[in-house]
Write a protein that binds this ligand. Structure first.
Ligand SMILES: [Zn+2]
Length: 282
């Protein structure tokens, strides 16, 4: 599932491609992709409109299409592909759910194997994104704000981080990687973290997300940028999807556990659920 770095990489690609391009028509092979309109109403509403800039909030892509806003959530397996001319491999692909026909023969395709992705057309994206938590890479997401948020929750740290109302844009990959980097067990209670642990987690989250953005995201299966090119951050993963491989820090084999019904990867040496007592060492 695309998380913040993947959606941000897609946003950057769309923002280079879409602004100024005009919609000449749309083809919706699977109407369920449209959350707000029937295919005919959608086509009538967007035909002739020109795209503006592309923004992101959490995992939502927010595309300016005056006088409307086109919002897209890719969910599990959604993919977008921007092409300068029609691409037969996408035009007729059985998983292609939406095709935007743009001026000059350009195309924007949305493919989605699992059909959980959605396209929303509305006056603004606020009803979808207003209740999301802070953007972890923004200047307003400060250590003080993060510490205050964690201290007010008794939930286990991993499910809390996955909750989009806590921090926007995190999913399984970057939560596991950040907890490993900070040396924290995913079952620790948020309000049990020391100031040093909160600071380590804050630094780890921001560093890993920023690094993954520069790598164009993590491609394990479906994810690609809008140029149909895979990301490269999978080569930098320390624990996610690496059960049985050596922890890069201490060489203990990584193990997979289940936390809140989500597969979770940890180093059992670097990430202790309980702090070792003094007599454990003797
Ligand atoms: Zn380790």
């Amino acid at each position: 599932m695309p998380e913040l770095p993947e959606v941000e990489h897609i946003r950057r690609g769309l923002d280079r491609f879409l602004p100024g391009r005009c919609i000449e028509g749309v083809n919706i092979p699977w109407p369920g992709i449209l959350a707000t309109h029937t295919p005919s109403d959608f086509a009538a509403a967007v035909r002739g409109l020109a795209f503006g800039p592309v923004a992101r909030r959490g995992k939502y892509l927010i595309i300016c299409l005056p006088p409307h806003t086109l919002t897209i959530h890719l969910r599990m397996t959604g993919r977008l592909y921007a092409a300068d001319e029609p691409d037969p491999g996408w035009e007729d692909h059985p998983h292609t759910r939406a095709v935007f026909q743009l001026d000059g023969g350009a195309r924007l395709y949305m493919r989605d194997l699992r059909k959980f992705g959605r396209i929303y057309l509305s006056s603004s994206a606020s009803s979808l994104v207003d209740r999301l938590g802070p953007e972890p890479l923004s200047d307003t997401f400060t250590l003080e704000r993060f510490a205050e948020m964690l201290s007010s929750h008794h939930r286990q740290i991993k499910p809390l981080l996955l909750d989009q109302h806590t921090v926007a844009g995190l999913g399984n990959i970057y939560t596991d990687e950040s907890l490993w980097k900070a040396g924290l067990h995913p079952l620790r209670r948020a309000d049990s973290l020391t100031a040093e642990e909160v600071a380590a987690l804050y630094t780890a989250l921001r560093a890993i997300l920023a690094e993954a953005v520069t790598h164009g995201g993590t491609t394990l299966r479906d994810y690609r940028g809008v140029d149909d090119v895979a990301g490269s951050h999978q080569r930098a993963l320390a624990v996610y999807g690496r059960a049985g491989h050596a922890c890069p820090r201490c060489c203990t084999p990584v193990v997979r556990i289940v936390v809140g019904q989500r597969g979770t990867h940890i180093c059992p040496t670097c990430q202790r659920e309980h702090e070792p007592r003094e007599d454990d060492c003797g």
